[in-house]
Design a protein around this ligand. Sequence first.
Ligand code: F7E
Length: 320
Amino acid sequence: MKRALITGINGMDGSHLADLLLTKGYEVYGMERRSSSKNRTNTGHLEGRVTFVNGDLTDQNSLVRVLRESDPDEVYNLGAQSFVGESWNTPEQTGDVTGMGCLRMLEAIREYGKDVKFYQASTSEMFGKMVENPANENTPFYPRSPYGVAKLYAHWMTKNYRESYDMFNVSGILFNHESERRGIEFVTRKITDGVAKIYLGYEDHIRLGNLDSRRDWGYSPDYVECMWLMLQQDKPEDFVIATGKSHSIRDFLDVAFNCVGIDDWSNYVVQDERYMRPAEIDVLCGDSTKAREILDWYPKTAFQEMVSRMVKKDVGLLSD
Ligand code: F7E
């Protein structure tokens, strides 16, 4: 039986990846920080099936301990300060967890000394102000946030340790991906939660920032499959994972409001300066031809289907 360690187990991707690996017969270990109030909203259903271990990406020795406890064949580094907007408020902490945290895990694996395959959660935020559209594995990077810069450091460290120490390290450069388990601070879930509240009569508007930015949005359960596939290859390589289609926040609003029978949402959305970013990425769009050719991966869930699932889930949660 293979053993996997997932950092960031309680996040959206961590919980979907754990679900997937359990169906494949893995013994799954999930790393979380010790805290008095556990955030197991996404992982409550995994209690008893996943072994939760205490560790912190800002504490080198805790990572070595976690590796000894879990003795993994595969490590998926999904832990991060992952909210781009927050990274301007806490740039140093973002650099420490999101950038240095990856280096610490790579060092811990070296120290541990056994053959461990390593997956790093790289991101389309590294392309930032895209110099080529759609972006592929050879497109130059131009991050636009402290988060994007920290992720780029982690990305290059993953590659550097692969080349320096012959480690099986891969980076998945994933474009935006969402699901019913997305945190409420991200725009997609903020919208689906807001639409559900308006539909049920709890609120009368949603406050948002820039409505014109465009993102290439896929569905998280489809995307975690790539993480696993990348570690099953003979050769460690990096892959761009995307749908190849970009939609604006306005498009997202159209579909989400449409799910509850509202065609014109203009009276329900208020633009608020507080949610504007110091530097914005206008458009992100990715080309995952390499993943299709080598991993035989393609996105299964359409944009409309994903939005509709998220709205339905939020209406259900608020109606309970
Ligand atoms: O913003 C705009 C905002 O916070 C998307 C993370 O998973 O994907 C995610 O990062 C867009 C931006 O996600 C609001 O300005 C407008 O243009 O949902 P988001 P993100 O920044 O794209 C990448 C790939 C990651 O790696 C990240 O970890 O939506 N926007 N109004 C807003 N965004 C938020 N959060 N809130 C608003 O009210």
